[in-house]
Design a protein around this ligand. Sequence first.
Ligand SMILES: Nc1ncnc2c1ncn2[C@@H]1O[C@H](COP(=O)(O)OP(=O)(O)OP(=O)(O)O)[C@@H](O)[C@H]1O
Ligand SMILES: [Mg+2]
Length: 769
Amino acid sequence: MARGPARNLLYLYSSRNNFTKIRAFLLPNRFLHSDFSNPSKSHLFNTPDPKFSKFTPPHFTQSLNYRFLEFHRHPFSSIVENESPKLDSDDVDSISDVGLGEDGPRKENLEPEKILNFAQIASRDPVEIYRELRDAARNEKQSRTDWNVLVEIFRSFAKSGWATNQALAVYIGASYFPTAAHEFRDFFFEKCKTDIVKYLVSLGPGIEAEKFLFPIFVEFCLEEFPDEIKRFRSVVESADLTKPHTWFPFARAMKRKIVYHCGPTNSGKTYNALQRCMEAKKGIYCSPLRLLAMEVFDKVNALGVYCSLLTGQEKKFVPFSNHVACTVEMVSVDELYDVAVIDEIQMMADPSRGYAWTRALLGLKADEIHLCGDPSVLDIVRRICSETGDELVEQHYDRFKPLVVEAKTLLGDLKNVKSGDCIVAFSRREIFEVKLAIEKYTKHRCCVIYGALPPETRRQQANLFNDDNNDYDILVASDAVGMGLNLHIRRVVFYSLSKYNGDKTVPVPASQVKQIAGRAGRRGSPYPEGLTTTLHLEDLDYLIECLKKPFDEVKKVGLFPFFEQVELFAGQFSDVTFAQLLEKFAQNCRLDGSYFLCHHNHIKKIANMLEKVQGLSLEDRFNFCFAPVNIRDPKAMYHLLRFASSYAHKLPVNIAMGMPKCTARNDSELLDLETKHQVLSMYLWLSNQFEEEKFPYVKKVEAMAVDIAELLGDSLTKANWKPESRNPGKPKLQENEIGHERPRSLIKLYEQRRKEGSSAGQNLEKVTA
Ligand SMILES: Nc1ncnc2c1ncn2[C@@H]1O[C@H](COP(=O)(O)OP(=O)(O)OP(=O)(O)O)[C@@H](O)[C@H]1O
Ligand SMILES: [Mg+2]
């Protein structure tokens, strides 16, 4: 296809290819982005080609090389990649010459000469445009209408998310961008030239104009703000979380084999991975929960393989053991293992704790690593393995027995519960309401499991439920039941399918519904075939929808900086609090496209509370902030503050907490026991993070924790009172007179209101207020 200058113009306004895309290879920066994101296609642009000669003046290549270096080194490659035009040879060949396209800027009625002029402006080197403006004596006069459009264009530029992101690439920070954009506007207004203004006006306010202005803006910034750029650059470089696989050179030096056991719940993933681990000379099992680490510790030892236990709270060293069961946060990336198991690998995407799984996968020094989990992170694990150079073997599993949905439901009446049922509710309050109602209106007795209970108590309740020789044949549980415990559940009944997320009540995500429902029917239990249903008929459709839904593919997994990285970053600032430092880190850190920075509001809340404690080093603060504490429980927070103060004053940290004498007689006594156990658990955790001599009461605290866990278990088996709320501000569900039936399905209301077109969150808040 012959391409003369006239045809080149038509390329610009092709109807099949949008304007941006085509303009992309006419402008140096766009050109570069293509080059950068897809080196294999770079020949399209780098080879001197007569067909583009009109748009590639000789100095262009020079300026391109310079930019290429800049962008190549810049940290936000993912941003640039996302923005890069996907231009390939087909794009060029398929450009039709039928006329103007829909996507172009207001060009429909432009005369050919104007198009030609604009094409020339669009294709000019921004460096040259910038210099021309800079060297101009003053602005050329513009019409009022054009001026007004120009003002709008610059207003939109200053607020542009796209430009703000792109500016990071040249180390103009997001907080500095508005100032820089403002100065740029003043500069432009002072020097503007009619042909450029006309071209901008033809584009109008929006992304097209922003993309045209941006490279000129960059030239302006490089010349005007070298100090700011330098400062921001060193801040950004010290918050570099890109290429996390390079943080573990020893693991990278190894030839590791990764085996991904991929499948739904109850399909034998953990069983098979553990078998392999037990056969190895030296193995480690990384658990998502303390409870599960304890289960594996017991199981492996019972099978005759010596195994130690390591969690934040306890270190049980078994003599001669070469195996260890630990919580994933505690895994050592220094020790060498033959086989490692990382359970529930999909937790890599957990907004708060994901970093611990990512670290284990990237950093473990093991010849063989077995990952167990659902398929949601399979793709990202493939990507990570191609970066790390590890071999990946995939083993896919199906459920031993399919999960059956009971369409009848409980018809809204808890009297229809049957032996072996697990009723799942999503708040402590609902759990106790359900227990109370079942025990009042039926002959069944209930065990309870929820997140605030110590693992020992959850286990005791699980054993009580699994044991056939007692009346405790119903389990009432929160989502804490979704992972870890070996439970003999015949049927999972969802009391509701909505959950308070700390802000508002929302439907429970499908992946969680699947995980919980999948607990019904376990191989080796008296009920190998699982059933699931809902209390209310109107929730059934949502349950079925969730179970049918394929697993969402995870696009990003969590990361969090090590202390050393935070320390390096802290060196850039003086006079900022630790919470502010974390905030700044989050604003400035650089991440590759497959990673996100884990939520750290919890850490910031503790950091703020500890701000008034003098004498803690940065490292002490960092460690205290990870303490396992319920930030919504003021008593627990008070004890943490007290521990940190004693530690800072170099005093022995004491527990100073009375021991309850008897089981709880009401809900507030039960809440008190829960808090007391959490405080003891926190003490033990801290004693493992800091020098033990600073926490001299570990033995006493361990004994107290065992006693309280027992008291909690005994209290729960007797509990027959109405629940209280630890957090009075939290929305409560409506209660009906007898307190065991919800009046209406929240999910149904949610769906209905969503159909009506208003926002789900607002609606549910109305329902739950
Ligand atoms: N080959 C096997 N022989 C005997 N028991 C098995 C076998 N495979 C699995 N089991 C038992 O089946 C149950 C479910 O297996 P496992 O815990 O490995 O499933 P999973 O896929 O990891 O489920 P989850 O997602 O719930 O963790 C366990 O009690 C396990 O001991
Ligand atoms: Mg498992």
